[in-house]
Write a protein that binds this ligand. Sequence first.
Ligand code: SF4
Length: 211
Amino acid sequence: MAPVDWPLAIKPLIKKYCRVKHPLNYRNPFELLVMVVLSAQDSDAHINTIAPSLFQRIPNMAALAKVSQSKLTQFLKGVRNAVKKSKWLIEIGKSIKLDKNIPSTLDQLVLLPGIGRKSANVFLRETKRKPEGVIVDLHVVRVAPRIGIASGTDPKKIEQEIMKKLPQKYWDAGMAMSFLGRQICRPKNPKCPECMMKRVCFYYKNQVPKK
Ligand code: SF4
């Protein structure tokens, strides 16, 4: 089997999704940062439902720095790991203090509690910064090995493999694969016949009966 020209193969997918906003309904970088912390091991849809009342009470970094942990935990009722996340968010508020001080590089972002590479990469993408890595969420962990651009289940290794196969200008491929995973490449019964990646997809090639 001829090796896949990944930049060429992935380009249409990136083009399809490059202007699509992340499913978290944030209105500014402060809300985005808080919501990426809250969405870890929870769903974007759920965090979107609690966000309006949370941001009515905590509208900015200065308010976050001042709120008590018991109060914030109360506002996060129903969010998975609410106690731990409220502690992280208050630490973030106290260290950043004002919205204008929110970091703008991956190295600085991952120093914040509750922010890993995935969240930092999402933050950089949504704030229109140059990608410094590739977003690898649970959808990408499923989709990338199916397509064949990466292997295994370790998000860090998957990210490194994708970064090696694609030039930096194509590192939005992570978010594109995440959207593909949400809409088409579902865990059960992926909709392969309508998928734009089927011509190169390793999983699909192995499903189609050989002639
Ligand atoms: S062809 Fe099928 S398995 Fe491959 S990426 Fe598309 S939906 Fe997923």
